[in-house]
Each structure stands twice: as C-alpha cells, then as structure tokens.
Ligand binder design. Structure first.
Ligand SMILES: Nc1ncnc2c1ncn2[C@@H]1O[C@H](COP(=O)(O)OP(=O)(O)OP(=O)(O)O)[C@@H](O)[C@H]1O
Ligand SMILES: [Mg+2]
Length: 510
C-alpha cells in the first residue's frame, strides 16, 4: 500500500470512531462522508449498496448531491460504479470530462466544469464479496490518485461490516415481502442463498400450469413448498389434494388416483371419486412419487400425456385438469438408471425441478428457523419463550440435522415443554445433539435411558459453567451453587477437559 499522509491517518481515526459510536446506519454513513469532505478535500461522496437479489447497485447515502432526483441505481457493470462492483477493482478517473464511462446519474455535476474534477470509486468488500462501493470526487488539480485510492480502500474496509449488515437487512425485508405477497407471511422461513433461489423459483413457477418436481432429503420442506405453489397460483380457490404414494397398497394406487365404479373389483361396494377428480381444476400433489409402482407409473404417464382418464371399471372419460406437483426424497435419476422409475415419466415430471438443500447446508437459517419455531410453539402451548441461550445455539449450529427442518421442529417442541424460565438452554435439547458436540463424554446417539440423560444434563451444566469461569472449577462450582469437590468429581468421572476452557471467551447470550 502507498504511504499515507498524516491527514489521512487523522481522518481514519475519526471515521473508525464514528463507526463505533453511531447507532443509525444512514446517519453514521452520512457523518463519515461529512468527515471525508472536511478533512480530505472531497467534494461529493456516495456510498452505494450492491443488491444481489436485484443485481443492482443503489446509491444509498450521498453527500453534496441534490436529493430531489429520487432513487439512483446502476445495473451491475453499468457506469463507473457498476464496473467497480462487477470487477471488484478500484477505478480512478483524473478528469471527468474525458471519461465516457462516467454517467453522472445523480445529475450533481450537470452545471459544473467537469474538467476540474477527478473521480475515485473503490469497492467495499466483506468476507471476500463485493457488497458496495464508495466513491468521491475531488478537485482534479491537487489529486494524488494513487494515494487517494489507497486511503479510500482503507475507509471502505472500515465501512464494510456495517454495509454488509445493512444489505442483509434490506434483502430480508425484500424476501419477506416477496413471500408475503401471496401466501400467509413466513410460511417458508429462510435466507440462505440456496433458499433464496428456491423463493425465486417459487415465484417464477407458481402462477403457471407447469409441472413441478420437488426434491430434497426428508424434512426439508417439500410438502410446505408444494402447498405454497398452490397458494400462489390462480388455482388457489380450487382444491389442493395430496396423495402419498408410499402410503397406499400397490393394488389400490389406481383407484386412489382415478377412482372406481361400484363393482369394479372385489370390495368396490360404492363408486369412489379419485384424487384427480377431487382436485378438479386445482392442484394434485403426488408426494413420494418415487414409491409409485412401475405399473402405475405407466398409467400415470398416459394420463399426464392425454390429460384424461377413466375411473377403474368405468366408461366415461374425465378430463384431468389439475396441475401436477410431485415430490420425492429419492434420487430419481439414479432410480431411472436402476430401472425402478420410468425415464419418460421422469422427464414428464421434471419439467421444473425445485431442489431443497439439506438444513446443514443452510448456514444461519438454523437459527432463524429455531427462533421462528420457539416463538410459534411457545405461543401455541401458552409457554412464551424469550430466547435461546448460547449453549443451545452452539448445539443447534454444530449438529448435522439428518432429519432436517422436521427434526429441528421436533427438538424445539420438546425443548419448549422442558423450559421453565422462558429460556431454551442446551440441556433442553436431546442427547443426540449433545453427543455431536461433546464427543465421547456424552451419551451415544439415541441413548435415552435415565443415567445417560442425567449424565448429559450434568455435563452440559458443568461445561457451561466452566466456559463462563474460563476453566476455573471453584468459580464454576459457585455458579452452579455447589462445592468444588462435586465439580472436581464430575469433571473427572465424566472426563471433562476443564483446562480447554481457560482461554475461551464466551460472548453474551443473545
Ligand atoms: N423453511 C421452512 N420454514 C418453516 N417451516 C418449515 C420449513 N421447512 C420445513 N418446515 C416444516 O417442517 C416440517 C417438515 O416439512 P415437510 O413435511 O414439508 O418436509 P418434507 O420435505 O415433505 O419431508 P418428507 O420427505 O419426510 O415428507 C413441516 O412441519 C414444515 O411445515
Ligand atoms: Mg413430505
């Protein structure tokens, strides 16, 4: 990096102080621009945020630019700012009048002699990703552009965490709006990048008649997504009918799907209306489609192609008007190769695939979902929960969730029942989660006998106390309201390595 003159150091010092003191994002950022103007001779300044979901760069905060022109934004790659965000590289323009790329979309420099102005724009990066841009203009004649770029890059680094946080907040609001527009708000909780893709796909496909195939491990929300698709389609006033292909005996599948006439087979005492007919012009949800017997696959393919069917044992032809949504937790492509699933039916269903990622790949969504569930369950059970403590959050985050969202929901239902003070603690979570973090000192997965539970419970309490006391057993004992002897005894019988807590710093509970 270039050597920075003293004046820049003072500006950096001031700016970092503004950033730690400020509480309101816009006000803080504005103050930073004011500081840049006062101390470094900047004339105009802009802080822009890159919105991934819109692929647009929004000028969020500006200094020295008239406000009256309404929102200003650039597409990715458009203008100087768009280029900087797209490439992640700073741009410095010595004289604005010679730069065709410069758009002056804010209109601030319309009546100014541009030959007197230099313009510098640097990316704002956070965690390796460009989250926005900082740009300034200053008098062309006294600009040392190289130093200026180096300085502004330092400032951009200082701004980055707050710009990032702001952007995440904006995107959450946007996502909630998108989800809330059609169905009841918050039926699908999530903000992982992979879930945003799902939200987008939902939006794209819901209002069409296209067949959708939803894939994903058990408990990832396939049923929920199917219902959402129906809710957001123009068929929402018509029935949503689900058939669980795994739950019906092979010989009854067709009667379930298409219905039967009285006397069609032994036991067909009455005429029966099948799921396709029940769904009418609504949506038929073929859940666990991978379990459909081969013979039934052939018939289903035929119905989907012809868009009509007959009841079993009946003559009249009925139109199959329902929209088809199917789901499976199997890998249908592999099933096709193995001969268990007809390839032509697979292609017929897989017109618009939506894949739900496993919960362990959704990052912080675990926490978002946990907050959502404890609130919902707490209200339903009349046991309001204020918070989930850090020991419980640690366990939730480090667990691998083979049963995905459903397993998380079940865990928290149990935890809400066990909670006594409106707080979910680590020891309210099942032993299988404790095992994942604590290693061999905790009960093996699935062990739920009394002794194992007590052991898990005690271990969690002691580990939590040791974290707080940084490995000091006397203080841990005081926190637990017991004696040091008891703590020492448990530490040695449970094989807890108290020394490893000496260096750790536990943040406050949220
Ligand atoms: N993103 C989410 N937000 C809120 N609730 C969710 C979410 N994903 C799943 N759930 C809830 O978790 C439970 C399991 O979801 P769902 O039944 O849709 O899973 P699935 O993928 O169909 O599982 P399976 O393959 O076992 O049938 C449901 O109660 C559902 O409402
Ligand atoms: Mg399901």
């Amino acid at each position: 990096m270039e050597e920075l003159p003293q004046v820049y150091f003072r500006a950096i010092e001031k700016i970092s102080r503004l950033l730690t003191e400020g509480t309101d994002f816009r006000q803080t950022m504005y103050n930073v621009l004011v500081r840049l103007a006062r101390q470094t001779g900047m004339k105009r300044g802009m802080i822009s945020l890159y919105r991934r979901d819109l692929e647009e760069i929004h000028v969020d905060i500006s200094y020295g630019i008239p406000e009256s022109r309404g929102p200003v934004f650039y597409r990715l790659g458009e203008g100087v700012t768009g280029k900087v965000v797209a490439t992640g590289r700073p741009l410095a323009i010595p004289r604005l009048d010679r730069e065709p790329m410069f758009l002056d979309r804010t209109g601030a420099r319309r009546d100014i002699d541009r030959s007197t102005l230099a313009f510098i724009c640097v990316p704002i990066r956070y965690a390796g990703e460009v989250v926005g841009a900082l740009s300034v203009d200053r008098a062309a004649r006294d600009a040392d552009l190289k130093t200026e770029v180096a300085f502004l890059e330092v400032v951009a680094n200082l701004l980055a965490p707050q710009v990032h946080a702001r952007r995440v907040k904006d995107e959450n609001i946007k996502l909630r709006e998108a989800l809330g527009r059609h169905g009841p708000l918050g039926t699908i909780v999530g903000n992982a990048a992979s879930m945003r893709v799902v939200a987008e796909q939902l939006q794209q496909v819901a209002d069409s008649d296209v067949t959708v195939l939803i894939t994903g491990e058990t408990g990832t929300g396939k049923g929920l997504v199917a219902a959402e698709i129906h809710q957001r389609s123009r068929r929402r006033k018509d029935p949503f009918v689900r058939l669980n292909c795994a739950a019906i005996p092979e010989n009854l599948v067709e009667s379930e799907l298409y219905g039967h006439e009285k006397g069609a087979f032994t036991g067909a005492l009455e005429r029966r209306i099948g799921k396709f007919e029940q769904a009418g012009g609504g949506t038929i949800f073929l859940d666990e489609i991978g379990e459909l017997p081969l013979a039934s696959q052939t018939k289903l393919l035929h119905v989907l192609e012809e868009r009509r069917f007959e009841r079993v044992g009946g003559g009249a032809t009925i139109r199959a008007a329902a929209r088809v949504v199917a789901a499976t937790n199997r890998n249908l492509e592999a099933e096709v190769s193995a001969g268990g699933f007809r390839s032509d039916l697979y292609y017929r269903l897989n017109v618009f695939p939506i894949h739900l990622p496993p919960l362990r790949e959704r990052g912080a969504d675990v926490i978002m979902l946990a907050d959502y569930f404890v609130k919902k369950i707490g209200e339903k059970q009349g046991r309001p929960i204020d918070r989930i403590d850090s020991s419980a959050l640690d366990l939730l985050i480090s667990y691998h969730w083979p049963g995905n969202v459903r397993e998380l929901q079940n865990c928290l239902e149990r935890a809400v029942l066990l909670a006594t003070d409106g707080v979910i603690h680590g020891y309210h979570l099942p032993p299988s989660l404790q095992a994942a973090e604590g290693g061999e000192v905790l009960p093996e997965e699935g062990r739920t006998d009394f002794a194992s539970l007590v052991r898990a419970y005690e271990t969690t309490l002691i580990v939590e106390a040791l974290k707080k006391s940084r490995g000091n057993q006397t203080r841990a004992a005081a926190l637990l309201g017991t004696t040091k002897r008891v703590v020492q005894y448990k530490v040695s019988t449970y094989g807890i390595d108290y020394k490893k807590f000496a260096g750790i710093n536990v943040g406050d509970d949220r």
